[in-house]
Design a protein around this ligand. Sequence first.
Ligand SMILES: NC(=O)c1ccc[n+]([C@@H]2O[C@H](COP(=O)([O-])OP(=O)(O)OC[C@H]3O[C@@H](n4cnc5c(N)ncnc54)[C@H](OP(=O)(O)O)[C@@H]3O)[C@@H](O)[C@H]2O)c1
Length: 379
Amino acid sequence: MAIETLSLQLRSLVKASGELELSLAQVPTPQPAEDEILVRIEGTPINPSDLGLLIGPADLSQATATGAGPAAKVTAPVAPQFLKALKPRLDQSMPVGNEGAGVVVAAGASPAAQALVGKTVAILGGAMYAQYRAVKAADALVLPEGATAADGASCFVNPLTALGMVETMRREGHTALIHTAAASNLGQMLNKICIKDGVGLVNVVRNAEQAKILTDIGAKYVVDSSEPDFVEKLTDTIAETGATLAFDAIGGGKLAGQILGAIETAANRKATEYSRYGSSTYKQVYIYGGLDTRPTELARNFGLSWGLGGWLLTPFLMKIGPAEAQRLRQRVADELKTTFASHYTAEISLAEVLDPKIMAAYNKRATGEKYLINPNKGL
Ligand SMILES: NC(=O)c1ccc[n+]([C@@H]2O[C@H](COP(=O)([O-])OP(=O)(O)OC[C@H]3O[C@@H](n4cnc5c(N)ncnc54)[C@H](OP(=O)(O)O)[C@@H]3O)[C@@H](O)[C@H]2O)c1
């Protein structure tokens, strides 16, 4: 198949005047350098981390669409109070899309790059909401025989984060985990990993449907934050699993503090003497998402042996080094259709990403509502 010299790339622009503009830019198709491959992207997911860059704080209820196909454009207002935080990106047209998969259609001269021509690969590195993307051959993950681009589109961000949580637990001396917004795509993967690896996992969800999703895939401990006895149940399951480390995707509100408090109460159940500094059990919560953007509230009813921090995949992978990171990537490839399978609500074209009705649906970040973009699907 001939490769077009110009191809489409989705762009997100926030203007200093307070307007988000999403459009499709015609850009020169990248030429792979000596050690690079050119991938025709056929699957790239819309994850919460992509939505931060794609839409940010724009008010989609006031979105206006114009044009069709490659000329599609959508604009939406951004309230003035958000512009300060967006300063580094104002008036810059930015490509979007953390990860994706597709077929290698051209390669630089190096043998490693040439060996990948025709293969279906998964890649990471931004600017994936585009018809073509060039990356270093060494950074591509070759998908197993028979796997499609849709199977491999979400190979990195959620799978490696879920594996990274278990790895962090082991490295930091904890033996079981607590996870919030636990029926998410990532949360379901984490359950499969923990079941397979025999790691105790307390899942925190916010309604009964989410609890069912998890028990149906074999989760043993699921607590619902909308139940009146939530904190007692959280404490009981923490006591039973021995979990002292939580990964919190929500961030805002009381939940992180409630978890620290529940770990403390569970630890005190075993205490033989009183300490005015609280238990000596070290309790850690990592906030790794911002599903609730309000401030984090801590009641500090959990002594002084605790930590609250942020957790991000890329620095974690740099910390563990290339050999360990490759071991995790290989596990993702080996278990692509089982542990790390992702399900999508719909496969949409680049132009459909700019359809206000579809935008409202994917921007909800709702359970089981993940969209896959196929940039090479007809517009
Ligand atoms: N730090 C990192 O390196 C890293 C890497 C990967 C992913 N992440 C984070 O991981 C999280 C999950 O990603 P995903 O792709 O698996 O998400 P997803 O499948 O889109 O699911 C999002 C889940 O969050 C729930 N949710 C949304 N807003 C919420 C709120 N305010 N309070 C409680 N629950 C809420 C949704 O439930 P409802 O249906 O009830 O709304 C849904 O179950 C995201 O926060 C993402 O940013 C972080």
